[in-house]
Design a protein around this ligand. Structure first.
Ligand code: ZN
Length: 120
């Protein structure tokens, strides 16, 4: 992904979700944009984009939750929906068991929690 594309996507997300006051958080605006509006070629993982998510990747190298069932490392997803159609802000996905552990914490809240955990 080029820097140009990234800037354009951030700009579109800002216009669509921050300017009308839907959210004032660029991470959430981007998540909404990518989920609802982005054409297929812009459907890039949200975690590539924001500094917050970059920090998240760094912290996940040190400390990453594991699956209760199989012990594999979990992957953080934003904007998860369970099989009953209930929406969650995030979920931890086990690619091995295809289990999702749903959470109402935002990526920023998870980042804080993982940073706390890493400091112990
Ligand atoms: Zn598992």
């Amino acid at each position: 992904m080029t820097a140009l594309t990234r800037d354009i996507i951030i700009d579109r997300a800002r216009q669509k979700y921050i300017m009308p006051g839907i959210t004032n958080n660029i991470t959430e605006a981007l998540a909404l944009y990518l989920k609802n509006d982005a054409p297929e070629d812009e459907q890039i993982p949200i975690w590539i984009i924001t500094p917050e998510i970059h920090q998240m990747r760094e912290i996940l190298k040190q400390i990453r939750p594991r699956c209760d069932e199989c012990g594999e490392e979990l992957y953080l997803k934003t904007g998860a929906v369970d099989p009953h159609g209930v929406k969650y802000r995030t979920a931890w996905l086990c690619k091995n068991c295809e289990i999702e552990y749903y959470s109402d914490k935002s990526p920023a809240e998870w980042l804080e929690e993982l940073q706390d955990e890493a400091r112990k």
